[in-house]
Design a protein around this ligand. Structure first.
Ligand SMILES: [Mg+2]
Length: 110
């Protein structure tokens, strides 16, 4: 499955309010909420599992990654950008940073 194929399928389960700002907020908050769920599961590995990363924990974290992916796909579509393009542009950006030895550091457009 390509990123664009995933995005198209994800859109079949998206809900739209008819208010662009509310939809943007919904999806942006969804990304942060689901990312928080990943962090929470990692926290519980430290707190409850003596820092042992079990296969069950990995499976649960992978599910949350999928939830983040869904919101990213919907948001990208709303912005009129194919998910494939987002992925390709990100890899290209990172490749250029690596070539310029700027992988570490800060700033959005290094
Ligand atoms: Mg979730």
């Amino acid at each position: 499955m390509t990123f664009d194929e995933y995005q198209k399928k994800a859109l079949t389960t998206a809900m739209f309010s008819g208010n662009e700002l509310l939809d943007l907020a919904h999806w942006a908050l969804g990304i942060t909420g689901e990312s928080g769920e990943i962090a929470e599961k990692v926290k519980k590995i430290i707190r409850d599992s003596k820092s042992v990363v079990t296969n069950e924990a990995k499976t649960e974290i992978a599910k949350e990654i999928g939830d983040v992916l869904w919101y990213l796909a919907i948001l990208s579509d709303h912005l009129g950008v194919s998910f494939e393009t987002v992925a390709q542009n990100n890899l290209e950006k990172l490749k250029n940073r690596k070539a310029e030895s700027k992988i570490s550091g800060s700033g959005d457009n290094r």
